[in-house]
Design a protein around this ligand. Structure first.
Ligand SMILES: Nc1ncnc2c1ncn2[C@@H]1O[C@H](COP(=O)(O)OP(=O)(O)OP(=O)(O)O)[C@@H](O)[C@H]1O
Length: 437
């Protein structure tokens, strides 16, 4: 039987160069679940960061979904203390989903990790996905017949709102990570859900071993993806202008680019503007593109978005129907995501809810502030905006800079989830495959 060697310092330096650049004294956060993969990554990072006079912050999310999750997190904390690695436990509090638990836990986990790192001014969050994970992603996506971008799997670098998600171990086989822990004499925990066939990923691990061919295919696809992401980012920079209200102006010339570039770009745009968890099928995007090319002056809808013709392009915006219903939040800085498009929070603690601006709320706001009528905005866009209520009182329409005159200012802030005008590359890398963290 072939024995896998542990990862040596030189090899890890090379892996880190692949996900750079870093500051001269790098500050990095790492998600450590306690499994062999993330424990190995934490050990490797601690040495790498230490050699450069930087800082490593290890973070463990306690999902509270299993009886022993607290004990496990505490065990990781003890290991980290032993190794002299700064560590924090982040409990997942609040409502848990009843269906799609794994996907819900992944999203919550990423948010908790990213927020904790960003709060410390850390710009890089490392996760321990490895080559076997990549190959599994590849196979899962192939089973669901996703487009070429999905098949390209996870990116090694993904820009998020305030930091970069990095996956330095993507080229490395899991066996080498286990060997790394062993070489360090460091224990790890086995995740029982990896053996639970209820979950697609675990099922795959149990039913099929992932072959070298697939790992190779995933690697090739990942390279193709990096090239694709770069091209898509350039096209976005040239032809798309993002607006803070979550819509985009597109030049008609965008459609002159090759289809294998326009297709994933439009998929990302639709997902960002429409707020859906997944982009629509490649076939429906192909139909849309054909329609836009043949009759550019006709409006079209797809995936909760509208293309409204302009003189030399389109306004792409959220359709003002099937928007998410009211979502409640407590303020005090804790954010809520609404309609898959915006993250809202309020400084002042209160009993708030966010829902779509409608005619009745708009009348109330204008009665309070008649000058709002002069805001130059098409009605179709207005009805896609979030309005914030306290009980049943309208208190803010953040995009119109409206706050109710006779109420204390709740200090509402709103961030569009995916539109990042200054750095289109961030936008370009959002695909369904990124949901797998
Ligand atoms: N509870 C957690 N707390 C912090 N980070 C986590 C947690 N769970 C997963 N991660 C991070 O996300 C990565 C991917 O998660 P995934 O569920 O695929 O890993 P895992 O099966 O728990 O394995 P491992 O911990 O061995 O990496 C992990 O490698 C780790 O970096």
């Amino acid at each position: 039987m072939q024995v896998s060697p542990p990862i040596e310092p030189v090899g890890f330096d090379r892996l880190m160069r692949g996900v750079g650049p870093f500051e001269s004294a790098p500050q990095i956060a790492v998600g450590v679940s306690g499994g062999a993969d993330s424990v190995a990554l934490t050990l490797l990072l601690a040495r790498w960061v230490g050699q450069r006079g930087g800082r490593l912050l290890a973070l463990t999310v306690d999902h509270g979904l299993r009886a022993d999750s607290h004990a496990e997190a505490a065990k990781v904390a003890a290991w980290m203390a032993n190794l002299g690695i700064e560590h924090r436990i982040l409990p997942w509090v609040g409502e848990k989903p009843t269906t799609g638990i794994q996907a819900g836990a992944r999203h919550a986990r990423l948010r908790l990790l990213a927020d904790a790192a960003a709060a410390q001014g850390i710009l890089h969050l490392a996760l321990a996905h490895h080559a076997d994970d990549q190959a599994e992603t590849h196979r899962l996506r192939a089973d669901r017949a996703s487009g070429s971008q999905g098949l390209a799997g996870m990116p090694a670098i993904r820009e998020m709102d305030h930091l970069r998600l990095i996956r330095p171990l993507l080229p490395v086989a899991k066996a080498r990570l286990v060997a790394t822990c062993q070489a360090w004499g460091q224990a790890w925990v086995e995740d029982p859900s990896n053996g639970n066939p209820a979950f697609a990923r675990a099922r795959l691990r149990l039913s099929q071993s992932v072959g070298a061919n697939e790992a190779q295919a995933a690697q090739t696809a990942a390279t193709a993806r990096a090239i694709l992401d770069g091209d898509v980012a350039r096209l976005l920079a040239m032809h798309a202008r993002f607006q803070p209200e979550g819509w985009v102006v597109l030049n008609r010339a965008l459609l002159d680019a090759p289809n294998d570039r326009v297709q994933p770009l439009v998929a990302s745009l639709l997902r960002a503007v429409g707020g859906a968890a997944y982009p629509p099928s490649p076939a429906s995007i192909a139909d849309l593109l054909q329609g836009l090319r043949e009759q550019p002056d006709r409006g079209r809808t797809l995936a909760g978005c509208r293309f409204m013709p302009l003189t030399d392009g389109w306004r792409l915006l959220r359709e003002a129907r099937n928007l998410q219903g009211p979502a409640r939040f407590r303020g005090g800085g804790t954010p809520v995501t609404w309609d898959g498009r915006f993250r809202l929070s309020a400084e002042r603690v209160g009993d708030y809810s966010v829902r779509a601006l409608d005619d009745a709320l708009w009348r109330l706001a204008r009665a309070d502030r008649p000058d709002l009528s002069r805001v130059d905005m098409p009605a179709s866009l207005r009805w896609t905006l979030p309005a914030v209520l306290s009980g049943d009182r309208l208190i803010a329409i953040p995009h119109l800079l409206y706050t109710a005159a006779d109420m204390p200012d709740p200090g509402v802030s709103v961030v569009p989830l995916v539109s990042v005008p200054a750095v289109p590359a961030r936008f370009a890398v959002v695909t369904a495959a990124d949901d797998i963290i």
